[in-house]
Write a protein that binds this ligand. Structure first.
Ligand SMILES: Cc1cc2nc3c(=O)[nH]c(=O)nc-3n(C[C@H](O)[C@H](O)[C@H](O)COP(=O)(O)OP(=O)(O)OC[C@H]3O[C@@H](n4cnc5c(N)ncnc54)[C@H](O)[C@@H]3O)c2cc1C
Length: 468
């Protein structure tokens, strides 16, 4: 079954939802697709439980407003719909509870958001170790946080957000282990001041953490998680002195920033450039968010990490650009309608840069990971195995995949590829080369039964036997 539209938008977070609304307002037939049960994306995620609904905060209000505006619009919202393949033209192959479906349109906005990065350490696959961004998803959707004796570790504004929200939920962290030093935060303040409202929110989070007397260990990271079936403790290392401390914990939330979820951008051949500040690779686009592929627009963290508000502004510009290119908006109307979003984007760039700098993945620290540390969790591939494969001649991730099965599991390299590339790059001579896996469908694990649906064997046409 194929549904047709003027514009497809993949991802119903701030970027995709704003793109869809802007294009709908300009008169395009828009289909907005997302695998989540409701629009809102990661940051404005819809609550799923009563506990989450009763916990009202600014993100929840923004999410409700966004879903309300979508409901009141002409946008065809298809949530619970997972896109697993895309071909130029554009045709998206999906699965949902309705089975296998396809959507086709001459234009596509990709607004697929980000994936969390975690610097691997010994024991990071122990039950009880969660992603830091995953903690926000748990709190927003379920209104709760797993664990009683928790440690929050990693880097960037999410570290402070999660710790403050944990305090508000009555589970103040045992400690915050911050990879950044105090000086890094101080240098970020002038960038944060570009968005005074957001800076104030951050200061309120800090006040809550201070009031709960949560110790903050700056310039430190987690080097080991201890425990077999459950987490017992973590080993924290002071990066300057090398001194290690054992902290008891039943739950660790740890994250080292975000990387663009750009599998479909790459599958469609959009040009990219390495950009560590934006999470690894950024998809190239013009000021109107047109990518190098005709008819393909990119917005939000999926094209380079910027944060929620810049993502929303980029989405609006992308949606209006699609409407303009479709012939639904004159150049003057396009300029007028996009002026506010362009101004917002410009204002928020300093804030985005400051946040991204604090979240920038510590590539150097991949050097001192222990050899028995798992890099690919799906296929259990360790640092030592990567080093051995490199010694045997593997010099990019495609070769590493053949040698070790790295990236062949359900995540298809989403969690491990950049870390494995980092380890390889330390060993490889050709440091500047793009070592990443060639993008391939399916970009999400898909059940065969979902693709083929139900059928009777008697309905299968059997060709006549070939004459002898
Ligand atoms: C787990 C996680 C939690 C985060 N929590 C916060 C937070 O609490 N506060 C904050 O400020 N920032 C948070 N961030 C960062 C935040 O995602 C962004 O800055 C902001 O949401 C970007 O908006 P976006 O529209 O680009 O992407 P998103 O909001 O991530 O939206 C992208 C959407 O695309 C959908 N999608 C992607 N690929 C497919 C596919 N193949 N098929 C179907 N649907 C697809 C996703 O389901 C998602 O809803 C989080 C990031 C992550 C990864």
């Amino acid at each position: 079954m194929t549904e047709f539209a003027d514009l497809l938008v993949l991802g119903a977070g701030p970027a995709g939802a704003e793109a869809a609304l802007a294009a709908d307002h300009a008169g395009l037939r828009v289909v907005l697709l997302d695998e989540a049960p409701a629009a809102g994306g990661q940051v404005w995620r819809a609550p799923r439980t009563h506990a989450a609904r009763t916990r009202s905060d600014a993100d929840q209000t923004r999410g409700r407003d966004l879903r309300g505006r979508l409901d009141a619009s002409g946008v065809q919202v298809r949530t619970g719909t997972q896109v697993w393949d895309a071909v130029p033209g554009f045709c998206l192959s999906c699965v949902s509870e309705r089975g296998a479906t396809r959507f086709q349109a001459p234009r596509l906005v990709l607004a697929t958001g980000a994936t969390e990065r975690v610097r691997p350490f010994a024991g990071w696959t122990t039950p009880g170790v969660f992603g830091l961004a995953a903690a926000t998803a748990m709190m927003k959707a379920e209104g709760r946080l797993a664990g009683r004796n928790i440690i929050v570790a990693g880097q960037g504004p999410l570290l402070i957000a999660v710790a403050a929200k944990a305090c508000a939920m009555g589970v103040p962290p045992r400690a915050i282990v911050d990879l950044n030093g105090r000086g890094d935060w101080l240098s970020a303040v002038s960038g944060f001041a570009a968005a005074p409202g957001l800076l104030l929110t951050g200061l309120k989070w800090m006040a809550r953490i201070v009031a709960a007397r949560v110790p903050i260990l700056h310039g430190a990271d987690i080097v080991r998680a201890l425990g077999d079936d459950t987490l017992d403790a973590v080993i924290v290392r002071d990066r300057a002195s090398g001194q290690e401390t054992r902290l008891a914990a039943d739950t660790l939330y740890v994250g080292n920033g975000l990387t663009p979820a750009d599998e479909i951008h790459r599958l469609l051949g959009a040009a990219q450039v390495a950009d560590a500040l934006r999470g690894g690779y950024r998809t190239l686009c013009d000021a109107d968010r047109r990518s190098s592929v005709p008819g393909l627009y990119v917005a939000g963290d999926g094209a380079g990490v910027h944060g929620a508000f810049p993502s929303a502004a980029q989405g609006r510009i992308a949606g209006l650009a699609a409407a303009h290119d479709h012939g639904a908006l004159s150049a003057a109307d396009f300029a007028r309608a996009s002026r506010h979003a362009r101004g917002q984007l410009k204002r928020l760039m300093r804030f985005a840069d400051a946040s991204c700098r604090l979240m920038q993945f510590p590539e150097d620290s991949l050097q001192d990971i222990r050899g028995d540390t798992v890099i690919c969790r799906c296929e259990d591939v360790t640092v030592d195995q990567i080093r051995a494969a490199s010694g045997d001649g593997a010099c990019d991730l495609n070769q590493l995949k053949h040698f070790t099965r790295l990236g062949m599991g359900p995540c298809q390299g989403r969690m491990c590829a950049l870390n494995a590339a980092g380890v390889l790059r330390r060993l490889a001579v050709d440091a500047g080369r793009d070592l990443r896996l060639t993008p391939r469908a399916p970009v999400r694990p898909v059940e065969m039964a979902q693709l083929i649906g139900t059928f009777a064997y008697s309905d299968i046409p059997v060709p006549k036997p070939a004459p002898l």
